[in-house]
Design a protein around this ligand. Structure first.
Ligand code: GMT
Length: 378
């Protein structure tokens, strides 16, 4: 099989799309491909220099003539340089705007017939697709790509309905590297966090945006906490942070809810957790679900977007309607109050992630797409 020179353009900072793009690049490099990240900064999960990986950072000039700095044009310019200088075989754009659009412009600037694969991650369709000033741009990015993927069937369907592209979209699920995410012995963490040994631990990890409905999590947790001694770990940072602090205090669970901020030790935190909650109103996939499941944590989720494609209701967690706080609490209590059920769900969570979302399987799917896009036999 010919090894490829692959350009990846993505958001390098915190966020599921950046995580998936970076992990994919790392795994492709481990499989012998030459990977070139073309981004506004070093991808945050790329901790150290690794063989077969080069990062090309986009520099943007700040000139008084510009009211708005033209990052997108600088990105397209950089991509076009890398296409030519490195002789790329394929370009993979993560997120339609600006990356798929910049890829199309770069291809034209480089006068190249390089194949472009675009991966849609969620808000590029479910939020930008509702914005009349951007919907046409998202459609252009997809139509100009040789192949477009979505991270769930739900996102694929939303894209057909909202964007109406002329091209077919394929589902390629997100994945997890089980070398990083697996159950570990982190029992010391409970003590370090001041959690009594017998307390149950509920966890939620996100970027604390309104779409994550963290208020529903805190309200559900209050009901859980009335029945079972427990703590809620809220991991991450974002705009909802201070309102959620206030809500926990107002509901009388201020000392039971631990705001941990951004953390690098997620496998440790998941490994002391009995339940993960993701109750979002928009969620194309929910990467955090497979991170938790890979560590053996059952999940309760809302019936939104890709969440029901990841959690199998009644097998490794429960799905309840969006906003159904009573239903979420009842589902959580069933898991937390029944050790046999919890252990069955935990085992199924690990098995389900290995079978459906393993890095090996999904990276293989992307490789096949690349060979298809450039017309090479696998
Ligand atoms: O919503 C986020 O937390 C960030 C967002 C992003 O742009 O990175 O995540 C999106 O992409 C992730 C990776 O594919 C998905 O797991 C998330 O479900 C998706 N977020 C939404 O659809 C709201």
């Amino acid at each position: 099989m010919k090894k490829l020179k692959i350009g990846i353009t993505c958001y390098p900072s915190l966020g599921g799309s950046g995580v998936v793009a970076t992990e994919l690049g790392i795994l492709l490099a481990e499989r012998g491909h030459e990977v070139h990240f073309i981004t506004s900064g070093r991808p945050f999960r790329l901790y150290m220099d690794q063989p077969n990986i080069t990062v090309h950072e986009v520099e943007v000039g700040h000139y008084a003539v510009f009211k708005f700095t033209p990052y997108d044009i600088a990105l397209a310019n950089k991509i076009s340089e890398v296409i030519v200088d490195e002789g790329l075989d394929i370009l993979h754009a993560h997120y339609a705007v600006p990356h798929a659009v910049c890829a199309a412009l770069a291809k034209d600037m480089a006068d190249s017939d390089i194949a472009v694969v675009t991966t849609l991650h969620g808000t590029d369709v479910t939020v930008l697709g509702h914005d009349p000033t951007l919907r046409g741009t998202v459609k252009y990015g997809i139509n100009k790509s040789d192949l477009t993927t979505a991270v769930s069937d739900s996102l694929k369907q939303d894209t057909y309905e909202l964007i109406k592209p002329s091209k077919e979209i394929r589902t390629v699920y997100n994945f997890i590297d089980s070398r990083q995410y697996r159950p570990v012995d982190s029992s010391h963490m409970k003590e370090a966090l001041g959690i009594p040994e017998g307390d149950k631990v509920v966890i939620h990890v996100s970027n604390f945006r309104k779409v994550k409905r963290i208020d529903d999590i805190i309200r559900s947790f209050k009901k859980i906490n009335e029945e079972i001694p427990s703590k809620l770990l809220l991991v991450g940072e974002g705009p909802e942070m201070s309102d959620m602090h206030a809500l926990a205090t107002e509901l009388g669970v201020g000392t039971e809810v631990l705001f941990l901020g951004k953390r690098d030790d997620l496998p440790d935190l998941f490994s002391i957790s009995d339940l993960n909650m993701l109750l979002s109103e928009k969620e194309a996939f929910g990467l955090v679900l497979i991170e938790a499941m890979a560590c053996g944590v059952p999940c309760v989720g809302s019936d939104i977007g890709g969440i029901p494609e990841v959690i199998t209701d009644g097998e490794n967690g429960f799905i309840r309607p969006l906003g159904d706080v009573d239903g979420f609490a009842e589902a959580a209590l069933r898991i937390l109050g029944d050790p046999d059920l919890a252990s069955r769900f935990s085992e199924d969570a690990i098995r389900s992630v290995q079978e459906r979302f393993s890095a090996e399987e999904i990276v293989r799917q992307y490789e096949e797409l690349y060979y298809e896009a450039i017309g090479e036999p696998v």
